[in-house]
Ligand binder design. Structure first.
Ligand SMILES: [Zn+2]
Length: 144
């Protein structure tokens, strides 16, 4: 392991521990020369996340949870929108379409960072809207 001071493209210098064979260390140093320092990288990533989450409810949770959940939410919402569009198209009545809209809006508005983190971990996000709609329709059917 060796320490190298890298001058990053953002203009900041940062010390990196680089190990491995000399050729690999050299390649890694050359690559690091073309990147932002870790502070600038994080700041840019956070700015991107904040931009992508504009107009969405503010998430609640620890700072780390919120930042993680923001990244998950921007990945999941296009999937929710796609599933919603497919369900709307397949819906056979305005009642069903209204349920799809309501359930999708409710999912989109979930303010808990943990909600989004759980969706990522469970990997069950696709089909979730459909299951919620089916559950609601079943409940309504039973109430009749
Ligand atoms: Zn920097």
């Amino acid at each position: 392991m060796a320490k190298y001071t890298i001058k990053h493209v953002c203009g900041h210098e940062q010390v990196h521990n680089i190990d491995g064979r000399e050729a690999d260390r050299h390649a890694k140093r050359n690559w690091l020369d073309t990147t932002d320092c870790s502070d600038c990288y994080r700041a840019a990533r956070d700015a991107d996340l904040i931009r992508a989450n504009e107009g969405l409810p503010t998430l609640t949770g620890s700072e780390k949870q919120v930042s993680w959940a923001m990244a998950i939410r921007v990945k999941l919402l296009p999937r929710l929108d796609a599933e919603k569009a497919a369900l709307i198209e397949a819906a056979k009545s305005d009642d069903v379409r209204a349920i799809v809209h309501a359930k999708a809006a409710r999912m989109r508005a979930m303010p808990s960072a943990q909600y989004w983190i759980d969706r990522e971990t469970l990997r069950d996000f696709d089909g979730r809207l459909r299951r919620l709609v089916v559950a609601q329709l079943t409940k309504q059917q039973e109430a009749k």
